[in-house]
Design a protein around this ligand. Structure first.
Ligand code: SIN
Length: 463
């Protein structure tokens, strides 16, 4: 097990901080504290928890610019995206601060005059979260806010690439008055902390955002103690552009969904499936816009696309581009790189590939980078087949101004999140999550609080 790790700015390679890993004993002590704190936190009123959550959200907003800078420095995304991520992060806290007051039970009409049947909802216990580096603030609050709102206690292991945002958010939670043992963080290597979390009897729920292979191993390891799990896993989002789409709008929205966070999001477009009659116009306009995107350090105000998070991710993206080229794809723009091997910084220019076929890795593996593969279709059912031909089922997008076509696509796409003429469907008040190997459960919206609750049924007899 490693003892420390460095948090590096992916745009410069500069060391931002050296973080000490918690030992297994320390992690277990934290779990005990979280477990003990649950006994009192669950008894605080929903109104008190709501009030504390709102205080936390206000403090984050007060320090918005500092937090956004930390996000850009450790993750690389443009500062404007980090600022909107802070807003996105607090929107989850605000939403669940209100939902805390709406955790209702019910009285079931009885089958027997002498009985009363009551259902009530209770917090599940200590929740452990493992969060990714691509949205270090929002993925944390999307889990912490509903957990705390219900009366659960919470412990988080942030990604090794971006722990500083989480540490700052938790400091502010404590400053807001949320007790120290109610929300805690630990640092360490993913695999070893994951094993401690999944092996512990004290944790009743694991919530994870990250890759499908890691999610599968967490699900398996959680089975021994029958923990509840929420899994937000990988995606391979299709974008279908039909012949009656507004092409300019489809181009603008495709740019938004593809290049947000340099293409390093689970919901970003991976396969653009365009009707053959409009491919020339669509690809010309897309390439024109992609060429205008400025690649650079996220702190420079003109930057649209920041660095790739690390060398492993960079190599995977380049491998996908080269694999496609070797198998016959044509590069319309991009496939050029700025690499500093000494400082380990990696930038990829927005890349658009055409003549793509379904045997290319880019068509079935998650690329997680600023690359757009274009493929054409003739009949709508062919587009649907291409779109659904994946083990993933997180997000899908389509562009059409024909409502019958739109409804048909909505009915037939096997995805948990669907954007119709919309490249940015995420929000705190809507459900986020995937079908098939993209995950289990939903976060956000009214759906996002249920996984933190147990249902208790009471039958009162002899009335
Ligand atoms: C993700 O990439 O998992 C999060 C994206 C979002 O919330 O929109």
């Amino acid at each position: 097990m490693i003892n420390t790790f460095q948090v590096k700015n992916p745009a410069t390679g500069k060391n931002m901080s050296t973080v000490t890993c918690n030992s297994p004993e320390e992690i277990k002590q934290c779990l005990q504290k979280g477990h003990d704190a649950f006994k009192t936190w669950k008894k605080t009123t929903a109104h008190k928890r709501s009030h504390l959550l709102l205080k936390w959200s206000n403090l984050i907003q007060k320090h918005k610019m500092d937090i956004a800078k930390i996000i850009t420095e450790e993750n690389g995304k443009p500062l404007a995206e980090s600022i909107s991520e802070v807003d996105y992060a607090t929107s989850y806290i605000d939403w669940y601060a209100e939902e805390a007051k709406r955790i209702y039970g019910r009285v079931i009409p009885t089958h027997d005059e002498g009985k009363r049947l009551i259902v009530s909802k209770h917090p599940i216990g200590l929740v452990a979260a493992i969060t990714p580096w691509n949205f270090p603030a929002a993925m944390m609050t999307r889990k912490a806010a509903p957990a705390l709102a219900t009366g659960c206690t919470f412990i988080i292991k942030p990604a090794e690439e971006t722990p500083l945002t989480t540490i700052r958010l938790i400091e502010l939670a404590h400053e807001a008055g949320i007790p120290a043992d109610v929300i805690q963080f630990v640092n360490g290597e993913g695999k070893s902390v994951g094993e401690i979390f999944t092996g512990s009897d004290l944790i009743r729920k694991i919530t994870f955002t990250g890759s499908t292979p890691v999610g599968k191993s967490l699900i398996k390891a959680s089975a021994d103690t029958v923990k509840s799990v929420t899994m937000e896993l990988g995606g391979h989002a299709p974008v279908i552009i039909t012949k009656d789409a507004d092409i300019d709008m489809a181009v603008t929205q495709t740019i938004i969904t593809k290049f947000r966070n340099a293409g390093q999001t689970c919901v970003c477009a991976n396969r653009i499936i365009v009707h053959e009659s409009i491919i020339n116009e669509f690809s010309r306009k897309l390439v024109d816009k992609a060429k205008q995107l400025v690649v650079g350090n996220g702190l420079d105000k003109n930057t649209d696309i920041g660095p790739i998070i690390n060398e492993v991710s960079y190599k995977k993206i380049v491998h996908h581009i080269n694999d496609a080229i070797e198998k016959g794809a044509t590069v319309l723009t991009g496939a050029n790189y700025e690499v500093d091997n000494e400082n380990k910084t990696f930038f990829i220019h927005p890349t658009v590939l055409t003549d793509v076929t379904d045997n290319m890795k880019i068509m079935y593996e998650e690329t997680f980078g600023p690359v757009v593969p274009l493929i054409t279709f003739k009949e709508l059912d062919e587009a649907i087949e291409i779109a659904n031909n994946t083990p993933y089922g997180l997000a899908a997008y389509f562009f059409t101004n024909n409502y019958k076509v739109g409804n048909y696509l909505f009915d037939n796409l096997d995805y948990g999140i669907i954007g119709w003429n919309d490249g940015a469907p995420s929000a705190a008040h809507v459900p986020f999550g995937g079908m098939k190997e993209s995950g289990l459960g939903r976060e956000g919206g009214i759906e996002g609080i249920e996984p933190y609750l147990e249902t208790k049924y009471l039958s009162i007899g002899n009335l």
